[in-house]
Design a protein around this ligand. Structure first.
Ligand code: PMT
Length: 400
């Protein structure tokens, strides 16, 4: 099943390191080549010889050790990997990867790799739920790092809760899923819009909305994983964009419009998940507006360009256009109207009033509406929603 696949397995110093032996054993039985990199702390829990025996290859621990070959080991392993797995992944390893710290063989190789990364976190519940760990997790996931687990249960430290490393069989299933990800967007140029726009009022104030960019970045990452060349037109977001995408930063809806007009003609697929402001102030005040002794402040707003509509008017044959509809009422009626008005092939109807859907959260609840049908999806992670949208795009392109 994994014949010809090179998997690099990082093992960090958590008690679950002993379970990583079974991961190696299962991968070998399925035909994979496995190279193991251990941290110094991991070697205190499991002897490198165990992994050497199971993987039939030398285990790397020390960045500066002399090896039988002349290649720079951390670079050659980083390049060789079809998939880089870290099991167990401690809070420390996740923090290092999130912040680009490379101070041992494992963190150095991880930072250098372009291969997909899968982490199987394992730690005490308090460490797992700590704000720092959760923020690092979000940063990594937003960059496209995959995770499996952790599960909940009895932990080696005596606590009960989330933090148990997933079982080796589940980790291997996830490895299989990642290694068989479709490459059905190979050679396609995909443009994704993400995040909110910012409409200045004066030098210190602006109008905006709650879009975080998570939905757009999830789509961009999914398209990259499926082989597309991805450009992201990115509003004012505070999370890291996918590292393999071309990022074009925009502030206002007018900026988004200008960037879109520059890039849209060369794209095969355009997916507009951004939340551009529909209005801007007519005149941006050159100085900070002063309070008026209790009098109301009146801002005159004028309509912004409708970027999706403009793209729809320029649509050329072979191009697939996808929009979103963020609604709080009459979801499907409004979405259908936007599908037609903006000349879209697919609209992702998003009832943003539902819990777990829409702005800021990691999940979404959407319906995929085309001229020929409707598919209603349950609550899913934005990463899964992204793949379902791309599945539909591929289907639409095949039908045309
Ligand atoms: O970023 P997240 O926090 O992950 O949140 C995700 C999301 C809620 C922003 C996303 O799922 C979503 O619904 N995006 C669309 C938001 C929106 O602007 O919806 P709309 O119904 O107002 O616009 C319809 C479509 O026209 C959208 O594709 C929008 O990008 C586009 N549009 C809107 C206004 C405008 N002036 N120009 C546009 O092109």
């Amino acid at each position: 099943m994994f014949t010809g696949k090179n998997i690099v397995l990082g093992v960090t110093g958590g008690i679950a390191a002993y379970k990583a032996c079974e991961v190696v054993s299962r991968l070998k039985k399925l035909g994979a080549e496995v190279d193991v990199i251990m941290t110094e702390n991991a070697t205190k829990l499991v002897a490198p010889l165990t992994f050497e025996t199971l993987s039939c290859r030398p285990v790397c621990v020390d960045t500066f050790s002399r090896t039988e070959s002349w290649d720079v080991k951390h670079i050659s392993l980083a390049q060789k990997a079809d998939l880089f797995v870290v099991a167990p992944a401690t809070a420390n390893l996740m923090a290092k990867l999130a912040h680009g710290i490379a101070d041992d063989m494992l963190s150095t190789t991880l930072l250098a790799t372009k291969a997909p990364i899968l982490l199987a976190p394992a730690m005490n519940t308090g460490m797992w739920t700590a704000t720092a760990t959760q923020e690092n997790l979000r940063t990594l996931q937003n960059r496209g790092v995959h995770t499996v687990g952790p599960a909940s249960g009895f932990l080696a430290c005596g606590d009960t809760g989330a933090g148990r490393m997933s079982e080796p069989v589940q980790i291997v299933e996830e490895i299989q899923r990642l290694l068989t990800l479709k490459a059905d967007m190979d050679g396609l140029k995909v443009l994704v819009t993400a995040g909110p726009t910012v409409e200045r009022i004066d030098p210190v104030r602006y109008l905006t909305n709650d879009s975080s960019g998570k939905m757009g970045f999830a789509i961009a990452q999914a398209a990259i994983d499926r082989g597309a060349e991805v450009t992201v037109l990115c509003g004012n977001v505070h999370i890291s964009p996918p590292s393999q995408a071309k990022i074009v930063r925009v502030q206002s809806t007018q900026d988004l419009y200008d960037a879109m007009m520059k890039h849209c003609d060369e794209q095969d697929v355009i997916i507009q998940a951004a939340a551009p402001a529909d209005y801007r102030v007519k005149e941006i005040a050159p100085e900070k507006i002063k309070k008026q002794d209790g009098a109301a402040m009146v801002l005159e707003l004028v309509e912004n360009p409708d970027v999706a509509k403009a793209v729809g008017q320029r649509k050329h044959s072979g191009q697939t256009l996808v929009g979103f509809a963020a609604e709080t009422e009459n979801l499907l009626e409004n979405a259908e109207r936007k599908l037609t008005k903006k000349n879209l092939d697919l609209i992702v109807a998003n009832d943003v009033s539902q819990e777990g859907a829409g702005f800021g959260v990691d999940t979404n609840i959407v319906s995929l509406l085309t001229k020929n049908g409707l598919e209603q999806l349950p609550l899913m992670k934005k990463q899964e929603v992204a793949h379902r949208i791309l599945d539909k795009v591929i289907q639409l392109r095949a039908d045309n």
